[in-house]
Structure formats: C-alpha cells, structure tokens
Design a protein around this ligand. Structure first.
Ligand code: NAP
Length: 178
C-alpha cells in the first residue's frame, strides 16, 4: 500500500485520487472546501482509506502545522498555484528533513515550459523530485486545453513512470497553444 498526499485533490485531480483509492492505497487530500472534500469521500470506493484535510496553502503557518500532524506520505502530488510557491518550498523543506525518502510530483501549468517562469523549489536528497507540466491538445490546426480526465489520467501515468519531467498533452509548438 502506498500513502499519497494530494494537495488540491478535489478538482481536476479527483479522478487520480479516486483511482489510487480504488486500488486500495491510502490517500490524504488537502483542499479548502469542506463540501468538496465530503463529496469526494462519498465517491470513494474505500472511504476508510481516504483522509480529507481542510487547509489553505496560502495560510502557511497553519498549513505546515496540519502537515506535521499527518503520517509521512510515500508520494506527494501537489497542484498548488504559483501564488503558493512558498507552500511548495515548505513541503520540500518539511519532508526533505526526514529519514525516509518521499517522491514529490510538482504539477505545473503550461507556462512552466518557459524556463524563466518555471519555479523549482530547493530540495534535499530525501526528496525524489519530479515535475508534471500540463500542456494542451493539438488536433490539426486547432488546439484546446486539457480536460479534467486527461489531466487525471496523465498524472496517474506520470506517477507510474517517474520521469523527471512529464508533459501531459503537448507544449509544442508553443505558438499553437489555445
Ligand atoms: N493546461 C491545461 O489544460 C490546464 C491547466 C490547469 C488547469 N486546467 C483546467 O482548469 C480548470 C480549473 O483549474 P484549477 O486550477 O481551479 O484546478 P482544480 O483542480 O479544478 O481546483 C484547484 C484544487 O486546488 C484546491 N485549492 C485551490 N486553492 C487552494 C488553497 N489556497 N489551499 C488549498 N487548496 C486549494 C481546490 O480546492 P478548494 O477550492 O476547495 O481549496 C481544488 O482541489 C481545471 O478543471 C482544469 O481542467 C487546464
């Protein structure tokens, strides 16, 4: 059994959360809305293995306190907007200081394709760091953003493959993005 910690798991990552839970893994989901967290629990095949934590990653101090109370995860999947980059850093600092190595999957928007805009936190050897870049879908001369299902399926695949960088959809050619 793997213990996942998914930050921002009640939106586009729901499919990934429910899939890992249905496989019998323990999943801890962090988000702000109690209602969305409850809805997610109701949809879980193994609700006893889905733990929900109501927290706001912009409230850094209480976010860190809540994380410290949790069992250490094997895999962290974080969908944290750029405004929460200090929360990403806090996660890497907290889990990078332990004796157990943690796999860390940092989901980023398509702008991370531009090295100038790609934020990567500082992390120790105890963090096995990976980035997942959300691109777009190209079909002939048209393009569109990814659906929630494409994102969740892509994240599941990225976690399975464990490449340093995994792109869901494409980021090429950049000029063709929607
Ligand atoms: N490249 C692409 O195609 C691409 C990239 C990104 C997004 N999208 C699309 O855009 C849609 C909207 O994106 P979204 O960014 O709103 O993602 P989302 O996954 O739909 O929602 C964000 C998730 O993060 C949580 N969250 C947000 N702020 C938080 C905070 N301060 N503290 C803790 N948790 C927080 C939300 O729950 P709470 O609100 O309850 O906290 C929710 O679980 C998605 O459905 C996706 O399909 C497409």
């Amino acid at each position: 059994m793997t213990r996942y910690l998914v930050i921002g798991g009640t939106g586009m990552l729901q499919g990934a959360v429910l899939s890992w839970n249905s496989e019998g893994h323990e999943v801890i989901v962090v988000a702000r809305s109690a209602e969305k967290l409850q809805r997610l629990s109701k949809d879980a095949v193994n609700p006893e293995r889905l733990r929900t934590i109501q927290a706001d990653y912009h409230e850094l101090e209480s976010f860190q306190i809540q994380l410290k109370d949790l069992p250490v995860p094997d895999v962290i999947v974080s969908w944290i907007h750029r405004s929460g980059n200090n929360a990403i850093q806090a996660l890497c600092s907290l889990y990078g200081d332990l004796s157990k190595q943690v796999k860390f999957f940092h989901i980023k928007g398509s702008s991370a394709n531009d090295p100038q805009q790609n934020f990567t936190p500082h992390y120790s050897d105890m963090i096995d760091y990976h980035e997942i870049i959300l691109g777009f879908q190209l079909s002939g001369s048209t393009s569109r953003w990814l659906t929630n299902k494409e994102i969740a399926d892509g994240v599941i695949e990225a976690v399975r493959l464990r490449q340093h960088t995994y792109i869901v959809g494409t980021v090429e050619p950049w000029s063709a993005r929607p």
